[in-house]
Ligand binder design. Structure first.
Ligand code: PEP
Ligand code: MN
Length: 446
């Protein structure tokens, strides 16, 4: 399959693109990116696709999570480690709680570009271009910082390379060993109710590991984990420059990340984003909001996965807690009836945002949980597989979402509100969600 040119893609119309100030800078950045080595390897994308095939077939559960928007300033070893740690903890809780293999996918190492509802942002008397992620412009509210700067695309490449390098080192170098489960829980979480619950589970797993080692049943799987990266494929220049023909297979892969998705705002069937992802071999996702029609869903499958390859296509639904029980059933029913192989994943974050009177973008933990419950209910009643969960989270103790066991309230948001875009679950809220979802998953296996 051939790769369309960047001009051909733009000619289709591409939503949510920055207005770059001058073409020479863009050409320079794209040229630089084209000369850089791949960030991920085609064979790794294929491995993930196989695992996602298990998700689509009802044999595994996908846990996809990370920041709404990564930033250059918050790229530290500590932040990366903490994010991986909370994902690993959630994955263990889900695996152990529900006895289901969990496919672990970071929203990490490339999640630097954001679609926005408005092109501009107004504060007081001043109106400036909206922040579109560190891939495009700066968060700081000044005219200079908000000008799109194509050199940032090259910075995204380097930041992603650093993040991937660290992640690979942590996860292959013994950090992900199940024997480390207690060590992952040494700080503030241990003293919270959810930390205690986690500690108890870790002790049970330890005993099981002792047993296995006593009978000589050691396995590599206990000491390392498979982990892959993902982000929204938003900025055409970046994704196109990193789309390459794989020398083994002669086929195109977008080597900016293992898994790429098209967002709710850029999923136009004839648009540039769907077109680009239709041409690459990576496993891909499409976010589906509440207005998605069944005809559209079927059309995505025809365009993006014409051979119905298992693991190629994941539908990430983000309907909102109040709507999921009304809109999801027909969608799943019709797509299933059409014989389409797809993984169904819930994103319980993006349909449940609201702004507080004090001006914070937030989400209620209860709404998040309610959307996940709705997702499980719908799949249960249709006899289809609730394939996974896509969440915005961070390893830190931030105060961005309301509720959860620590009952964070609106007034508490100001303490540590650090997201530059959407509110993330903090570490205790994430773990709590994992325990609750493990129960749902166990019941649905039952
Ligand atoms: C996101 O995942 O951060 C996002 C913008 O999602 P959506 O495209 O579903 O709105
Ligand atoms: Mn988001």
């Amino acid at each position: 399959m051939s790769i369309p040119t960047l001009d051909e893609l733009h000619a289709r119309g591409a939503a949510q693109q920055p207005t770059w100030p001058e073409p020479a800078g863009v050409e320079r950045a794209v040229g630089k990116l084209r000369s850089m080595p791949p960030l991920v390897f085609a064979g790794e994308c294929d491995e993930l696709k196989t695992s996602l095939g298990d998700v689509a077939a009802g044999r595994a559960f996908l846990l996809q999570g990370g920041d709404c928007a990564e930033t250059f300033d918050t790229l530290t070893a500590e932040n990366v480690r903490a994010k991986l740690q909370v994902l690993l903890q959630m994955a263990v809780v889900l695996t152990y709680g529900a006895s289901v293999p969990v496919v672990k996918l970071g929203r990490i190492a490339g999640q630097y570009a954001k679609p926005r509802s408005n092109d501009t942002e107004t504060r007081g008397e001043v109106t400036l271009p909206a922040y579109r992620g560190d891939a495009v412009n700066g968060y700081q509210f000044t005219p200079e910082s908000r000008v799109p700067d194509p050199d940032r695309l090259v910075q995204v490449y380097h930041a992603s390379a650093v993040t991937l390098n660290l992640s690979r080192a942590f996860l292959q170098g013994g950090y992900a060993d199940l024997r480390q489960m207690h060590a992952w829980n040494t700080d503030f979480v241990r003293t919270s109710p959810i930390g205690a619950r986690y500690e108890k589970m870790a002790a049970e797993i330890d005993r099981a590991l002792d047993f296995m080692s006593a009978i000589g049943a050691e396995s590599d799987e206990l000491h390392r984990v498979a982990f892959h990266s993902s982000h929204e494929a938003l900025i055409l220049e970046y994704e196109h420059a990193l789309t390459r023909i794989d020398s083994r297979t002669d086929r195109p892969y977008d080597v900016s990340g293992h898994f790429l998705w098209v967002g709710e705002r850029t999923r136009q069937l004839d648009g540039a984003h769907v077109e680009l992802l239709s041409r690459v071999e990576n496993p891909i996702g499409v976010k589906l909001g509440p207005t998605t029609t069944t005809d559209e869903a079927v059309a995505y499958a025809e365009k993006l996965n014409p051979h119905n390859e298992p693991g190629r296509l994941t539908f990430i639904t983000r309907m909102g807690a109040g709507k999921i029980r009304d809109v999801l059933p027909t969608l799943v029913e019709k797509v299933t009836a059409a014989g389409i192989t797809v993984g169904w994943v819930t994103d319980p974050m993006h349909g449940n945002g609201f702004e507080t009177l004090t001006g914070y973008k937030t989400r209620r933990f209860d709404d998040v949980l309610d959307e996940v419950s709705g997702f499980f209910e719908v799949h249960h009643s249709l006899g289809t597989w609730p394939g996974g969960m896509h969440v915005e989270l961070t390893g830190g103790d931030v105060t961005e979402c309301i509720g959860g066991g620590e009952a964070l309230d609106e007034a508490g948001l100001r303490h540590r509100y650090e997201s530059v875009c959407d509110p993330r679950l903090n570490r205790t809220q994430s773990l709590e969600l994992a325990f609750l979802v493990a129960e749902m998953l166990r019941a649905s296996r039952g």
